[in-house]
Design a protein around this ligand. Structure first.
Ligand code: GLA
Length: 737
C-alpha cells in the first residue's frame, strides 16, 4: 500500500513535472521568432529564442507548411550545445561563442567582447522575383549593431547575403573580422570542391571530405587576387554530388580583392561557412555612425546535383549581374600572339583586312601600342604612359579606328590602367602614386608595380585613361582591361591608416568602374588578369566577359572551361583560337566556340583549307551563338572521368540544341564507345541531328535524315562517333515540326 502510494506520488510528480516542462517550452515557443528566408526550392530559417539569441535552425529543401520549421530543432537531438549560439547566423566573439567568429571587434573602451541579439526583421519585395530580408542584431551592452541582408532571387534559388555594421559608441571601434555571411549546415558528411592554380593553370579542382577543424580558402594577393585560388567553391552534403544527383551548395564572394572563407566542421558535426573580406592586415577602424557594408556572399543550394545549381547561377548571372548579360557580344581577331609587341601601323592595317577576311566583328589591338620615353616594346617598360607610341603608330589610334571602319569591322583596345613599370614617365612623375614600401627594396611582378587606387588622384588618372581613349575615339568599340601584378610591399603613400589599404584599394577600383559605367554604360569590356586572375561577380557587374586563362591549348581549355562553367555562363567566357597546343585548327576552333569566340592567329599563315574552315566556322557560330549564350548548359560527359568530353546547350524553348564532343585521351584507341545521354530536351519532341563545322573535304558519319525523340536521346543517348580520326565533333539538334 505504502509502495503503491509512493509510486502514485512519483507518477503524479512526474506528470506535474512534464506539464511544467511542456508549459515552459510552450512559453518559450510562443516567444520564439521564426524567420523563413525562402526561394523556389529552399528555405534558410532563423529563429530567435526567448533571450533573443538568433540561430540558424534549418537550411535545406523548402517545406510546404512554414509552421513546421518550428519543429526542426526538436528532431535534432544534439546534446552538448553549451551556449545556445552555436548555430548563430553571424557568430560574434569574445562572449559565449568560442567558435570561429564572423565578427570580432574591439570596442571604443578597449573591451573585446561582442554579443548580438535579435532586435527586428523585415521582408520587402523588390519585384515579383527578388525580395530582401533584413535582420537587425544588437549588442545588449554596447551601442553596436549589425544588420544582416538576405537578397533572394526566387526562381533561381540564389541568395546574396551581406551585412552592415555600425555603432554609436563614444569613440572608434576596431573591426578585427567582419564577414559577409555565416551559414550553418547539418548533414551526414560534407565534401568540399575547391580550386587552385597559377598563371596558365586556372581552375584546377580538388574534392575532399571535410574533417573536423577549420579549412580556410583565401587570398592575400590584393590584386590579381584569384591567381592561386578563386573564392568559388562547392560543398556537397551527405555524399559527393554528381551532375544530376545529390545536395550541393555553391558559394562565392562577390569581391575582387582579398577574400577569406572559413569552413568549420564543429564538434557536433555541423558545418559552419563564414565568408567575407580577408581581415589579413586589415583591422578596420569604424567611426561612430559610419556604416561598414560588406560585399555580398553569393550562394545557391541544389538538391538535384551540380548541373541544376550551375544553371540557376547562369540564369541569375545573365538576368541580374553581368553587364548586358542577355545582350550581344562581338567575335574578334586579337593580335597578341600574332605579333606580341612587334607591330606598326602597316602591319595592323593588314590585320584589319584579315579581320574582315575572317568574318569576325572586331579587331582587338593588344599590349604594346603606347609609351614614348620608354617605349612599350616588351613588358619591361612603358606601362603607365598611355599616349600612342609615335614610331609604331605615327597617326595614333584614330587612324586605326578609321581604317577599321573602312574595312567594315569594329576596333577594340587593350589597357592595363592600374599598373606601372618603374621604367615609365608616370613612375618618374608620381612615385607617390605607386604601391611600395618607402624604406624597402622594390619587388616586381612581371616587371611592374600596382598604382595606389586608394588615392583619389590615382582614381582620376585611371578613369582618365579610359575616358581619354573614348573622347578621342568615340567609335572605339571594346576594351580589354588587364591586371597583371599582385601587390607586394602593400603601402599607400597617402592613406592615413595602412590597415585600410586593401579595402580602400578595392573601393577605389569600384569607384573608377562606376564612373566609367556612368559615362559609358554599354561598351563591352573584357575582364582579364594575366588570364583568370580576377574573375568574380563583383567585377562582372562592370564587364561583359572575362579571359579565363592565357592557356589556350585546346586540350587544357576543355578542362579549364569545364570548371568555369559550373559558376559562370558561356556568354562570359572569351575563348580564342591560338597556336597553343598541337591540335588541328578544327579542334581548336570547336573548343573556342563553347563561349564567346575569338581568334589570335596569323590569318595570312593559314593553309587554304584551314582558312576556309575558319571562315565557315565563324558563319556557323553566328547562326548558333544564341543557343550557347542564352541557352541552358548541360555537362554531358566529364573529361576527368572518361576519354570523351561532351558539353550540351539547349535553347530555352527546347527546339534547338548543340552537343560539343572531344577526344581527351587517345590511348588504347579510345573514343565514344557508348552513346552519350543528352539532357534538357523535350521528351515528346522529335529531333534531327546534323554535324557542324566539317573540315573541307570530309564527310560526316552522322545520318542527318534520321529522327529521334527527345525521350530516346535523353534515355538511350546518341553516339557522336568521336575517335582518333574524329577528335572533335559538333552536333546540332533541330526539332522536326
Ligand atoms: C596578359 C594577358 C594576355 C595579354 C598580355 C599582354 O598576360 O592575359 O592576354 O594581353 O597580358 O601583355
Amino acid at each position: 500500500m505504502k509502495f503503491e502510494l509512493s509510486l502514485k506520488t512519483n507518477l503524479f510528480q512526474l506528470s506535474a513535472l512534464s506539464v511544467c516542462f511542456l508549459m515552459a517550452s510552450a512559453e518559450v515557443k510562443a516567444q520564439n521568432i521564426t524567420i523563413a528566408i525562402e526561394t523556389k526550392s529552399n528555405a534558410l530559417v532563423l529563429q530567435a529564442d526567448a533571450k533573443k539569441n538568433l540561430n540558424t535552425i534549418y537550411f535545406g529543401k523548402k517545406l510546404s507548411s512554414a509552421a513546421e520549421y518550428d519543429e526542426v530543432p526538436s528532431v535534432f537531438k544534439q546534446s552538448g550545445e553549451y551556449t545556445s549560439v552555436l548555430s548563430s547566423p553571424y557568430t560574434p566573439s569574445g562572449s559565449k561563442s568560442l567558435m570561429e567568429p564572423a565578427i570580432s571587434v574591439s570596442h571604443a573602451d578597449g573591451n573585446n567582447s561582442l554579443d548580438l541579439r535579435y532586435v527586428s526583421h523585415k521582408l520587402s519585395k523588390i519585384d515579383g522575383d527578388v525580395s530582401l530580408t533584413t535582420v537587425v542584431l544588437k549588442d545588449p551592452v554596447y551601442d553596436f549593431e549589425v544588420t544582416l541582408y538576405y537578397k533572394t532571387y526566387f526562381k533561381d534559388d540564389v541568395v546574396e547575403q551581406w551585412s552592415v555594421i555600425k555603432h554609436k559608441e563614444k569613440g572608434n571601434v576596431l573591426l578585427q573580422k567582419y564577414a559577409s555571411a555565416n551559414l550553418y549546415l547539418k548533414a551526414g558528411g560534407y565534401w568540399l570542391t575547391q580550386y587552385h592554380g597559377d598563371w596558365a593553370k586556372e581552375m584546377r579542382p580538388e574534392e575532399s571530405r571535410i574533417t573536423h577543424g577549420i579549412k580556410t580558402l583565401d587570398t592575400k594577393l590584393g590584386t590579381r587576387a584569384n591567381l592561386f585560388q578563386p573564392s568559388v567553391f562547392m560543398v556537397s552534403l551527405d555524399k559527393p554530388a554528381t551532375e544530376d544527383e545529390g545536395t550541393v551548395l555553391y558559394g562565392a564572394l562577390e569581391y575582387s580583392g582579398n577574400f577569406r572563407t572559413d569552413i568549420e566542421l564543429d564538434y557536433l558535426d555541423n558545418l559552419k561557412i563564414i565568408s567575407g573580406i580577408n581581415n589579413y592586415a586589415s583591422a578596420y577602424t569604424l567611426k561612430p555612425n559610419e556604416e561598414f557594408t560588406t560585399p555580398a556572399f553569393l550562394y545557391t543550394l541544389s538538391s538535384s546535383g551540380k548541373g541544376n545549381a550551375s544553371r540557376n547561377l547562369h540564369n541569375w548571372a545573365r538576368n541580374y549581374k553581368i553587364l548586358d548579360g542577355k545582350g550581344q557580344r562581338l567575335t574578334l581577331l586579337n593580335n597578341w600572339e600574332a605579333t606580341y609587341f612587334d607591330f606598326n601601323e602597316t602591319k595592323l592595317f593588314e590585320l584589319l583586312k584579315d579581320t574582315k577576311k575572317l568574318g569576325v566583328d572586331m579587331f582587338l589591338l593588344d599590349d604594346g601600342w603606347f609609351a614614348n620615353k620608354y617605349p612599350r616594346n616588351g613588358d619591361v617598360a612603358g606601362l603607365g604612359d598611355w599616349e600612342e607610341n609615335k614610331t609604331k603608330l605615327p597617326n595614333g589610334v584614330a587612324s586605326l579606328v578609321k581604317e577599321a571602319q573602312a574595312n567594315g569591322v569594329k576596333f577594340g583596345i587593350w589597357i592595363e590602367p592600374e599598373m606601372v613599370n618603374p621604367k615609365s614617365n608616370l613612375y618618374e612623375k608620381h612615385p607617390d602614386w605607386v604601391i611600395k614600401q618607402p624604406k624597402r627594396e622594390e619587388y616586381y611582378f612581371r616587371n611592374q608595380l600596382v598604382l595606389d587606387l586608394s588615392n583619389p588622384k590615382v582614381q582620376d588618372f585611371v578613369f582618365g585613361v579610359v575616358d581619354d581613349l573614348f573622347t578621342k575615339n568615340p567609335e572605339l568599340a571594346y576594351i580589354k582591361w588587364d591586371c597583371n601584378a599582385v601587390i607586394y610591399n602593400a603601402y599607400s603613400a597617402t592613406l592615413g591608416n595602412q590597415n585600410h589599404f586593401y579595402i580602400e584599394y578595392m573601393r577605389g577600383l569600384y569607384k573608377v568602374l562606376e564612373r566609367i559605367r556612368a559615362k559609358y554604360p554599354t561598351v563591352p569590356m573584357m575582364l582579364c588578369s594575366g588570364g583568370g586572375g580576377r574573375v568574380d561577380y563583383a567585377a562582372l557587374k562592370y564587364f561583359t566577359e572575362f579571359w579565363p586563362s592565357d592557356n589556350t591549348d585546346p586540350m587544357e581549355r576543355i578542362f579549364i572551361q569545364w570548371e568555369y562553367s559550373y559558376f559562370y555562363p558561356s556568354i562570359t567566357s572569351s575563348n580564342h583560337v591560338t597556336d597553343w597546343g598541337k591540335q588541328p585548327i578544327k579542334f581548336r576552333t570547336d573548343v573556342a566556340m563553347m563561349g564567346k569566340l575569338g581568334f589570335d592567329i596569323v590569318i595570312s599563315h593559314l593553309k587554304e583549307n584551314d582558312l576556309k574552315y575558319v571562315q565557315d566556322a565563324v558563319k556557323t557560330y553566328n547562326d548558333v551563338k544564341s543557343i550557347i549564350w542564352s541557352g541552358d548548359q548541360y555537362r554531358l560527359a566529364n573529361p576527368r572521368e572518361g576519354s570523351v568530353a561532351s558539353m550540351g546547350y539547349v535553347s530555352t524553348d527546347k527546339t534547338k540544341a548543340l552537343m560539343f564532343n572531344y577526344l581527351v585521351n587517345n590511348r588504347y584507341d579510345e573514343g565514344s564507345k557508348f552513346p552519350i545521354r543528352l539532357k534538357g530536351l523535350d521528351a515528346a519532341k522529335k529531333y534531327k541531328i546534323k554535324e557542324l563545322n566539317l573540315y573541307p573535304g570530309t564527310n560526316s558519319s552522322i545520318d542527318s535524315n534520321k529522327s529521334y525523340s527527345g525521350e530516346f536521346l535523353m534515355t538511350v543517348g546518341f553516339n557522336p562517333v568521336v575517335n582518333s580520326g574524329r577528335t572533335s565533333v559538333i552536333l546540332q539538334l533541330d526539332e522536326i515540326k
